[in-house]
Design a protein around this ligand. Structure first.
Ligand code: GLY
Ligand code: MN
Ligand code: MN
Length: 439
């Protein structure tokens, strides 16, 4: 048995345990998971990109088999109804193979409706988790809250199998990032850099876990910039790339920022954020409140702004007054795994409830206390965003900001450095830095 096969068997044992408890809480006998269905564009025969139901890919590394179903019944071997249509127009899903197949009773079906006779006898006894459009006869997703609360809460704790897949996703992402940096240094456009990334990562827009952000110069100040200019700006000053990769359904989420002139002050600012980011990553430790990491990140970034003569106020005052949020207007990160922004970031317990965000920090996506097995991103940034800075010019804090320095840095857009970090019983494991070090 390969190492991955062994890790997978252990992973399934954990999922069986969790499922039994989730079903008991909701009073159901079966967990039924549609893989999802294709959705067509209006008045067209073109389908939207298919995204497999994350619950489905939690159980098996199959990400492109729409119309399939998984039935999990405690004490029984899980049943996979695997749709392999007779279709000579499209590539049909391959025959099941690999380390996972022996763990399932697999029934190959040739039409979506053929799943029906193989589903449990009574739909009412089933927790059916998925999107509404997956409904098949009586088997319409009911997404019971008690079941989902339990499953989503525990999904934050990754099994060693999941962490291994995320490690492989990270290696793939880093191959893309290295190629992207080379393309940037060679003078490529945003579009050209994006293509170089996809080529090296071996994935295209359909397979990547989110839309690549490839931003030159001022575009780096647009947090989710997903346009891609076909011509490079003149001059090229800076490059921010936030791009991930997928492996067997698991994501990585990586950001790097580069200066064209590595002797420039902007490079020094990048280096300062990079050093602070590594100290933040070191705080991904069991028992640490992620909200505290977010607020500490504000203090560290405000300290850098002061050191660079951009801000003339203490880090504490910058946080207190909200001034630091004008430069760092997003959260320090989020859980990651089957989805780039993983579910249950605010979950208070596996019975529901919500842990509030700190006042004045609406974009923080994770408020839980870190525990071993959680994988989170750490992605501090400093940006020069007119829409956020302009109101400060007319505020009582205007004098605390050196507007000439802002004008110097504004053409570079901004900086973000993002790694994916595993919380353990001891030292954090930085999947991203490990992958860069290995490749
Ligand atoms: N790539 C999206 C994010 O960093 O959250
Ligand atoms: Mn992220
Ligand atoms: Mn990102």
């Amino acid at each position: 048995m390969s190492d991955l096969a062994r890790l997978y068997a252990d992973h399934l044992a954990v999922l069986h345990q969790r499922t039994a408890e989730a079903l008991a809480r909701g009073g159901f006998d079966h967990l039924v998971i549609p893989s999802g269905t294709l959705l067509y564009q209006a008045f067209d025969d073109r389908d939207y990109p298919y995204a497999v139901n994350p619950h489905f890919k939690h159980w098996l590394p199959v990400t492109r088999a729409p119309g399939s179903w998984l039935v999990v019944t405690p004490g029984a071997k899980p049943k996979l109804l695997y749709l392999q249509p007779f279709d000579y127009w499209h590539v049909v899903p391959q025959a099941p193979s690999g380390y996972w197949v022996d763990h399932f009773d697999i029934v190959v079906i040739r039409t979506p409706e053929a799943a029906l006779p193989h589903l449990p006898a009574t739909a009412a006894r089933c927790a059916i988790v998925g999107e509404a459009q997956s409904a098949l006869g009586e088997f319409a997703p009911n997404n019971p809250a008690q079941v989902l609360d339990y499953l989503h809460y525990h999904r934050a704790y990754k099994t060693p199998y999941e962490i291994e897949l995320m490690r492989r996703a990270s290696a793939r992402g880093v191959r893309g990032h290295r190629a992207a940096e080379r393309a940037f240094r060679a003078g490529a456009s945003e579009f050209g850099i994006h293509l170089a990334y996809c080529q090296a990562a071996g994935q295209d827009a359909m397979e990547l876990p989110y839309s690549n952000i490839v931003a030159l110069d001022e575009h780096a100040a647009i947090l989710h910039y997903t346009d891609r200019d076909r011509v490079p700006p003149k001059p090229v000053r800076s490059f921010l790339i936030d791009a991930g990769a997928s492996h067997e359904g698991y994501a990585c989420d990586i950001t790097r920022t580069y200066a064209w002139d590595t002797g420039s002050e902007f490079q020094r600012l990048i280096d300062a954020v990079d050093a602070a980011q590594q100290r933040m990553c070191d705080q991904v430790r069991a028992g640490h409140d992620y909200r505290r990491l977010h607020l500490d990140a504000h203090l560290m970034l405000a300290g850098i702004l002061r050191e660079f003569g951009i801000l003339r106020m203490s880090p504490e005052a910058a946080l207190e007054t909200g001034v630091s949020s004008a430069f760092f207007p997003h959260g320090i990160g989020h859980g990651i795994g089957l989805q780039v922004h993983d579910v249950a970031g605010f979950a208070e317990s596996d019975r529901g409830g919500s842990i509030p965000k700190p006042d004045g920090h609406p974009y923080l996506r994770l408020t839980r206390t870190l525990e071993p097995g959680m994988v989170v991103t750490i992605e501090p940034g400093i940006y020069f965003i007119d829409m956020l800075l302009d109101p400060l010019r007319d505020s009582p804090h205007a004098d605390a900001i050196d507007w000439a320095r802002i004008a110097e840095f504004r053409p570079y857009g901004g900086i973000r450095i993002e790694d994916d970090v595993v919380c353990t019983d001891g030292e954090p494991v930085n999947l991203t830095r490990e992958a860069f070090a290995a490749g």
